[in-house]
Design a protein around this ligand. Structure first.
Ligand code: SIN
Length: 308
């Protein structure tokens, strides 16, 4: 099924008192204009939060003055930091995760390159992710997003009823296998996974992530009450109680349905841009298409609930 989002989702801007919103695509995403995250008032924060839940992903340009401290403080306004599944943060800011790819890095895998929701293999996956750009390539290095609520709404009543009771198995298994097969520097998040390629046994923490977690395939947003598909082709490996060959057509169909271009938007980064997305409302994908150029980003994640 290939659909366009008309009538199923309204990405129009709401009227806000303290900021302006400019929608990105019909399916999702919006630019927030007129605020700086380093000097945010409570009223501005409340409207940013509202805009995030409405548009699924929002971004702010020209966030000059937002460094690691301001980034971390802004993140904490949404709630405590989530467990970070990949890095140990940077000196002085353990919750600020560096995502840096050097110009001479010719790895055949970059962090976040398959469509995914952040760390769904954890029992309580991060709710929200905040990514700040310091240096971006002259072209490439974009991030695309897809609206999981819109994908759910455009399924037939019959298919929705079929998938409602199902629980999906999320695991680091396939991403770990891809990293172990990749050529990549050892100090990158993917490099740390790749370094386990010859280990007789995986470290206990990695075993836990490969074991993964079972979550509802249709999840309900704890604030808006909206329903979304909870699936992605990177970490979703099965359905509870189903044989692999039984789960594959359901997951294949849902991933293809979710990832059709009509449900997506593509973000072109700029230095000093900060982007915020809600992992309960969208999936995203980075691209390995800027070898020869440096990309420097920093990420925080906000703790989420057990998905319901
Ligand atoms: C991520 O998957 O969190 C990173 C996305 C990106 O680097 O564009």
């Amino acid at each position: 099924m290939r659909l366009h989002p008309t009538r199923c989702f309204d990405n129009a801007a709401h009227d806000y008192a303290t900021l302006t919103v400019r929608p990105l695509s019909a399916a999702m995403g919006a630019e927030v204009i007129g605020v700086n995250l380093a000097t945010l008032t409570d009223a501005q924060f409340a409207e940013i939060r509202h805009a995030l839940f409405r548009h699924r992903m929002i971004y702010l340009r020209n966030q000059v003055g937002v460094g690691h401290a301001e980034h971390a403080a802004f993140s904490l306004r949404f709630g405590p930091f989530a467990e970070d599944a990949y890095t140990n943060g940077i000196e002085g800011y353990p919750a600020v995760q560096p995502l840096i790819r050097e110009a001479d890095d010719t790895s055949d895998m970059v962090f976040g390159e398959g469509w995914h929701s952040d760390s769904p293999f954890l029992p309580q996956p991060p709710a929200i992710t905040i990514l700040r750009a310091v240096q971006i390539p002259p072209f490439g290095g974009d991030t695309t997003f897809a609206n999981t609520g819109l994908a759910y709404q455009t399924l037939s009543e019959g298919y929705r009823a079929l998938i409602h009771p199902l629980r999906i198995h999320f695991s680091l298994r396939d991403v770990l296998a891809s990293a172990q097969a990749a050529v990549t520097p050892s100090d990158s998040p993917i490099g740390k996974l790749a370094a386990t390629r010859n280990a007789a046994e995986l470290p206990i923490d990695l075993k836990r992530k490969v074991g993964g977690a079972f979550h509802p395939l249709v999840r309900t947003h704890p604030v808006t009450g909206g329903k979304s598909l909870y699936i992605d082709p990177s970490y979703g490996i099965g359905i509870e109680g189903f044989l692999a060959e039984e789960a594959a057509p359901i997951m294949g169909y849902l991933n293809a349905h979710l990832l059709q271009p009509a449900f997506s938007c593509r973000l072109r980064w700029e230095p000093d841009m900060v982007t915020i997305w809600d992992n309960r409302l969208c999936v995203h994908q980075a691209y390995n298409d800027y070898a020869g150029h440096r990309r420097e980003m920093y990420r925080t994640t906000v703790a989420g609930e057990i998905p319901q």
